[in-house]
Design a protein around this ligand. Structure first.
Ligand SMILES: [Zn+2]
Length: 884
C-alpha cells in the first residue's frame, strides 16, 4: 500500500512540472468545467478482478468541441493513464493527460489545435480499488471478493476519466471483463457474455442518457433472486427485478423481492409514468453507506434490504422508506437530473418526501410520518444555528458538494415540501410534479424550471414566492400565538437558541394551521404579525395542526400548561410538535427546565413511541454535553423516573417473539423505552436482565433474546461485563453472516463508556478483520459516549492515516462533529480549533461542519450559563420536579 501511493506521488509531481509551463494560460476549474467541450457518449471497458488491488480501463468518449482548442479540462482522480488518443477531423493524435488538482481535475493537451466539432477521446489506464464506499471499492465477504461502485457525488472520476458533472447526460455503453466465477451487473441489461483473456467479458446495452454519478457496476460471486413486477395501469410490460447479495443471503432476500415491487407500483401510480429504465436491481453491499440510487442498479447497505421474515420494526421501516426513496430517485434525479449540484435538493428533498409518503401507504402501522417529523425536528436543530445553508445553495467549488448532502437538503426539504403539499392540496401538487417530469424527461432541470411547473399547475400566485422563502433562506421561524378576546394574534421571527446572536430580522410566507379539537384554521402568514378570527371548539389550541409546518411556536405560561396537560391524548405528530416547541423555548432561554421535565413526563404517557420519547433525545443531548460529571447520577434518576414506570406498565419479556402478536405501535413503544430505561436511566434490574440475555444469546441460545432488544442488550453487556465480553462480541461479529447482527454488534462495541473499555473497543475495531464500515461505525458510536470521548480523540490523532482509510471521502468532513459535538466550554473550543487547523485539509473540507460544531459548543456553554442552576436543582431532586 505504502509503495503504491509513493509511486503515484512521484508520477504526479513529474507531470506537474511539465504542465507548469502551460499553466499560465488558464485557471484550473475547481467548480464547473468550461463549456468548450460536451460529451455525447461513453464506451467504458473495465477489467475488474475484485481480489486484486487494481483494475484497468479503456474509456472512449465521444464529444463535441464548441470552438478550436489546444487543450481541454476534464476529470480523473488518481488514475494512472498510460495512453491517450484523440480522433478529430479524420486524424488520430496522441494527447497528454495530466491530473492538475487533487480533487480530480485533469487537463488534456493536444499536439496541435483541434478544430471545433466532433472528437473521440480514448484512454488506457489503471486505478486502485478503494476500501470504503467511494469509486470502485472491494471487500472480502465469507472468504470471497466482491466489488461495487459509489460515484456520487464526484467519484466517477476515480473509475474513468470523463466530464464528471450532473449536467452532462449521455448514454453509456459498458463492458466488464471479470473472473469467470463472478457475475457482473451494470445499469442496463446484459446483452452478451463471452470467454476472454482473464475471465469472461460481459457486454451491456447502451443506457438511457445518464450523468456520470449514476453509473454503476457490481462484480462478484453473488446470489441472485429474480422476479418480475407485473404490468399495471401505467406500465405495459413486465419489469425484471432482481435482488443481489453476497453468497448465502438467499433467505434474507425474499422479503425485499416480495415487498419492493409494491412500493414501486405506488410510485408509478403517483408519477403517472412507468419506471423509466429497462430493469431494476437491488444490490446489497456490507460497505455501502446508506444507499445509492444508480439508475437500474441501486446499491444498499446490507441490512437495509436483507431482512429475516420476522424482521424488527425499525429494520422494516428503514427498508420501506430507504428503498422507496431510492426508487423515487429513478424519476427525481435519474429521469430528470439537476443541471448542477446547486439543485441537488430537487433530488434529495423530493426522494425523501416521496419515500415517506409511499412507504407510509405501504405500511401505515409503522408510523413513518412520525419518523419523518422527528427527522424534521433534527433538521431544525441544525437550521437554528447561525452558520447554516439554505436548501437551495449556490455551489461553486467541487469540494463544497459533499456538504450539500446534509440534514437541511434531506429532512428540512422533505418537511417543507410536505407543508406546501398540504397548503396547495395533494392533487394540484401532484399535477405540478407530473408536468415537471413530462417536460424534462431524460434531461436536466433547475429549481426555476421546477417552480414554473408547479406554478403552472397550481394556479396560485402565492405558492412559489412562499416556497422560496423556505428554500432560499436559512433558519427556522418561531410563531408567537396570543389569544385575545377578538381572536388570535400571530407573530413571526427567526428562532434562535441562546448562544446564537439574532441577525437581521427575517420573515417567511408561512402556511400556518392551528387546531382546537376537530376544528382547523389555516392562513398564509406573510408579515411579521397578523390577526385571525378565533377558533371555536373545546380544548387547548394546537398551533401546528398535524405537525405539518416547518416552524416552532411560543405560548404564554397558561397556554403551555393546558397544552402539556392535553398532550398525552393529542394526535402523534401534534404531540411531537408540542415537545419540540417546549424544548426550543427552553433552549432559547424563555422556557424553564421544569416545564421541559413536566412535558417529558406528560408525553411519556402517550401511546405512540415517538411522541412518548420526543423530549428524551434532548435530555440525552444535555447529558452528553451540558451536564457536569456530578450531575450525571441525577440525570440517570430523572430518566428512570420518567420512563421507568411506563416500561414497568407495559412489561418486558426479552424472549424471541414474545410480543410478535402485538400491534406494531405497542411493540414500538416498548422497544423505544428499553434503551431509555437501561442506558439512560441505568435501571439495575433491567440491565441485569439484558446483560444476561445478551451473554446467553452469544453463547448460542437464540430463544432468550428478541432482535428488537439485541442492540441495547449487547450495549449493556459491553458496559457491565467489560473487556472479556467485548472480545467475545467481536469474535461473534467476525463469524456472523447476519447483517443486522453485525450492525448491532458494532454499535454495541461503540457503547464502551470508560477509557479502558474504549481502548479495548478501538483495538478490536482496527484489528483488520472487520468491514471498514463496521470499524467506522464503532468509531462514530464511541464519539457519543462522554466517558470514551478523550480516548477516541487521542486514538484518532495517533492513527490518523489508518482512520482516514476507513472513512470514505464523502463522510470525512463530518468527523469534526463526531469528535467534538460533546464540547461545552471555552477549553473545548480551543481544543477543536487546534485540532481542525492541521486536519481540515486532509478531511477534504468540513469548513461548514467546523463552524457549526463550534457554534454548538457555544450554544451549550450559553445554555449552561443561563440555565445551569435551574438544571442542577432539578437533577439534585429529579422526582420532585413535576409541576405541570
Ligand atoms: Zn437520495
Amino acid at each position: 500500500m505504502a509503495r503504491h501511493s509513493l509511486i503515484r506521488v512521484l508520477t504526479l509531481s513529474l507531470l506537474a512540472v511539465a504542465w507548469l509551463a502551460a499553466a499560465a494560460q488558464s485557471e484550473v476549474p475547481l467548480g464547473r468545467l468550461p463549456d468548450t467541450v460536451r460529451p455525447t457518449g461513453y464506451r467504458l471497458e473495465l477489467s475488474v478482478d475484485p481480489a486484486k488491488l487494481e483494475f484497468s480501463g479503456h474509456t472512449e468518449i465521444e464529444a463535441v468541441l464548441a470552438k478550436p482548442a489546444r487543450f481541454i479540462f476534464l476529470h480523473g482522480r488518481d488514475l494512472r493513464v498510460s495512453t491517450v488518443q484523440v480522433q478529430a477531423g479524420g486524424s488520430t493524435l496522441a494527447a497528454r493527460y495530466t491530473q492538475v488538482d487533487e480533487s480530480g481535475v485533469a487537463r488534456l493537451d493536444f499536439p496541435q489545435e483541434l478544430p471545433a466539432g466532433k472528437v473521440t477521446l480514448s484512454f488506457e489506464y489503471t486505478g486502485g480499488f478503494r476500501t470504503g464506499a467511494e469509486g470502485l471499492f472491494h471487500a472480502k465477504v465469507g472468504g470471497e471478493w466482491y466489488a461495487w461502485t459509489q460515484m456520487e457525488p464526484t467519484d466517477a472520476r476515480r473509475v474513468f476519466p470523463g466530464f464528471d458533472e450532473p449536467g452532462f447526460k449521455t448514454p453509456f455503453t459498458v463492458s466488464v471483463t471479470a473472473p469467470a466465477s463472478t457475475k457482473v451487473f451494470a445499469n442496463a441489461p446484459e446483452v452478451a457474455a463471452a470467454t476472454a483473456v482473464g475471465g469472461s467479458v460481459h457486454r451491456f446495452a447502451p443506457t438511457k442518457p445518464l450523468p456520470t454519478y449514476l453509473v454503476a457496476i457490481a462484480v462478484g460471486p453473488f446470489d441472485v433472486l429474480e422476479t418480475t413486477v407485473p404490468p399495471n395501469a401505467v406500465r405495459e410490460k413486465p419489469l425484471r427485478f432482481r435482488v443481489i447479495a453476497t453468497r448465502g443471503q438467499m433467505p434474507r432476500m425474499q422479503l425485499a423481492a416480495a415487498e419492493a415491487p409494491k412500493l414501486l407500483e405506488r410510485l408509478e401510480a403517483y408519477f403517472g409514468r412507468p419506471y423509466p429504465f429497462e430493469k431494476l436491481d437491488f444490490a446489497a453491499s456490507p460497505l455501502q453507506d446508506g444507499a445509492m440510487e444508480n439508475a437500474g442498479l441501486i446499491v444498499f447497505q446490507d441490512a437495509l434490504i436483507l431482512l429475516d421474515p420476522d424482521a424488527r420494526l425499525g429494520q422494516l421501516r428503514s427498508f420501506g422508506d430507504v428503498s422507496a426513496h431510492e426508487m423515487a430517485h429513478q424519476w427525481f434525479g435519474n429521469l430528470v437530473t439537476p443541471a448542477w449540484w446547486t439543485d441537488i435538493w430537487l433530488n434529495e428533498s423530493f426522494a425523501e418526501w416521496m419515500g415517506n409518503k409511499v412507504s407510509s401507504q405501504w405500511r401505515p402501522d409503522l408510523d413513518i410520518p412520525a419518523v419523518q417529523l422527528a427527522e424534521a425536528f433534527s433538521a431544525m436543530e441544525s437550521d437554528a444555528l447561525g452558520h447554516g445553508r439554505p436548501i437551495h445553495q449556490e455551489i461553486t467549488d467541487s469540494r463544497e458538494i459533499a456538504s450539500a448532502f446534509d440534514e437541511i437538503t434531506y429532512l428540512k426539504g422533505a418537511q417543507v415540501l410536505s407543508m406546501f403539499e398540504s397548503y396547495l392540496g395533494p392533487e394540484k401538487f401532484r399535477e405540478g410534479v407530473q408536468l415537471h417530469l413530462a417536460r424534462y424527461a431524460y434531461g436536466n432541470a433547475t429549481a426555476d424550471d421546477f417552480f414554473q411547473s408547479l406554478a403552472t399547475s397550481a394556479h396560485d400566485p402565492h405558492l412559489v414566492p412562499a416556497m422560496r422563502t423556505f428554500i432560499d433562506q436559512t433558519g427556522v421561524p418561531v410563531i408567537g400565538v396570543h389569544e385575545t378576546p377578538g381572536g388570535l394574534t400571530l407573530t413571526q421571527a427567526r428562532y434562535h437558541p441562546l448562544g446564537v446572536s439574532p441577525g437581521a430580522p427575517q420573515t417567511w410566507k408561512i402556511p400556518v394551521c392551528l387546531s382546537r379539537g376537530s376544528n382547523r384554521s389555516c392562513t398564509l402568514l406573510e408579515t411579521a404579525s397578523a390577526s385571525i378570527p378565533p377558533i371555536a371548539g373545546e380544548g387547548p389550541l394546537v398551533p401546528n395542526a398535524g405537525g405539518d409546518g416547518y416552524y416552532r411556536f411560543r405560548l404564554d405560561a397558561a397556554s403551555w400548561r393546558q397544552l402539556i396537560a392535553a398532550s398525552p391524548k393529542l394526535p402523534t405528530r401534534e404531540a411531537m410538535a408540542v415537545g419540540d416547541s417546549i424544548w426550543s423555548d427552553f433552549a432559547a432561554g424563555t422556557g424553564t427546565f421544569n416545564r421541559v421535565v413536566a412535558a417529558a413526563r406528560a408525553l411519556g404517557e402517550h401511546s405512540h413511541a415517538l411522541a412518548a420519547t420526543e423530549l428524551a433525545q434532548h435530555l440525552e443531548g444535555l447529558a452528553r454535553s451540558a451536564f457536569t460529571e456530578d450531575e450525571i447520577a441525577g440525570y440517570h434518576r430523572l430518566m428512570l423516573s420518567i420512563y421507568g414506570p411506563r416500561l414497568a406498565a407495559v412489561g418486558l419479556d426479552l424472549r424471541r417473539g414474545a410480543y410478535a402478536a402485538d400491534p406494531a405501535p405497542a411493540q414500538a413503544l416498548r422497544q423505544s423505552l428499553v434503551p431509555l430505561v437501561a442506558l439512560e436511566g441505568r435501571d439495575p434490574a433491567v440491565r441485569k436482565q439484558l446483560a444476561a440475555a445478551a451473554a446467553a444469546s452469544l453463547g448460542g441460545d437464540t430463544r432468550v433474546l428478541d432482535d428488537a432488544f439485541r442492540e441495547t442488550a449487547l450495549a449493556v453487556a459491553v458496559q457491565d461485563r467489560g473487556v472479556p465480553f467485548i472480545a467475545e462480541l467481536k469474535e461473534a461479529l467476525v463469524k456472523s453472516s447476519e447483517p443486522l447482527f453485525r450492525e448491532d454488534a458494532a454499535a454495541a462495541i461503540g457503547s464502551a463508556d470508560t477509557p479502558e473499555l474504549a481502548s479495548a473497543a478501538l483495538k478490536l475495531a482496527f484489528s483488520g478483520d472487520l468491514q471498514s464500515s463496521e470499524t467506522l461505525s464503532i468509531l462514530e458510536f464511541l464519539g457519543r459516549e462522554r466517558g470514551a470521548r478523550s480516548t477516541v480523540l487521542a486514538f484518532v490523532d495517533d492513527n490518523f492515516a489508518r482512520v482516514l482509510h476507513v472513512v470514505p471521502g464523502f463522510v470525512r468532513p463530518m468527523m469534526v462533529s463526531w469528535l467534538f459535538n460533546g464540547g461545552c466550554s471555552e477549553e473545548d473550543l480551543t481544543k477543536l480549533d487546534t485540532w481542525a487547523r492541521s486536519r481540515l485539509k486532509e478531511l477534504g473540507g468540513g469548513g461548514l461542519e467546523l463552524a457549526k460544531t463550534k457554534e454548538r459548543i457555544g450554544v451549550c456553554a450559553a445554555l449552561r450559563k443561563a440555565k445551569g442552576t435551574e438544571m442542577a436543582a432539578v437533577l439534585s431532586s429529579p422526582t420532585a420536579a413535576s409541576p405541570r
